[in-house]
Design a protein around this ligand. Structure first.
Ligand code: HEC
Length: 135
């Protein structure tokens, strides 16, 4: 009986370690490097957009027709954002942003840019190519 309890405790214990490891692997796999960065920034409770001095303008210009989720789901370069704005102006009755366009683009470029690939290695330098001897 004692032996049985000992084995049972051992099983429960190792199952615990096993599950813990799975957790560790999963959280590692689902955490891209700059998600950590954006997670540390405060979000506006109303829209989920990152809080910044220019947020009020983005809210005024960009959240009256559709949900801010459309913005959050996109990661574009400054030029890409500009093209999206032009596209909405051409097809969806978005008005001219005038002076405020710079402010809106500054904000979008700062917080909703394409994900950075941090773990990429440096390109190889001074490669000495050699002729492959194919017979
Ligand atoms: C006059 C209305 C209007 C305003 C204001 C507006 N949009 Fe849009 N936007 C739309 C429409 C309509 C769509 C298409 C929605 C859909 O596909 O369901 C859209 C789609 C989008 C998309 C998704 C594009 C895609 O390729 O799927 C993004 C990103 C976006 N808007 C960003 C913005 C930003 C940033 C602003 C502020 C500068 C803004 N919107 C302001 C009308 C507007």
């Amino acid at each position: 009986m004692k032996g049985f309890i000992l084995i049972l405790t051992g099983l429960v214990f190792s199952a615990g370690i096993w599950m813990h490891n799975i957790d560790a692997v999963n959280s590692h796999a689902t955490t891209p490097s700059n998600k950590v960065f954006s997670d540390t920034l405060k979000k506006d409770p109303e829209t989920g957009l990152i809080i910044d001095k220019d947020l009020y303008m983005v809210k005024a210009q960009c959240t009256s027709c559709h949900s801010s989720k459309l913005i959050i789901a996109n990661h574009l370069t400054r030029d890409g954002w500009k093209q999206k704005i032009r596209w909405m102006q051409a097809n969806h009755n978005l008005w001219e942003l005038g002076e405020t366009e710079k402010q809106v683009l500054d904000y979008l470029e700062k917080y909703y840019a394409p994900e950075k690939i941090i773990s990429r290695r440096k390109p190889l330098a001074n490669i000495e190519w050699y002729k492959l001897d194919v017979k």
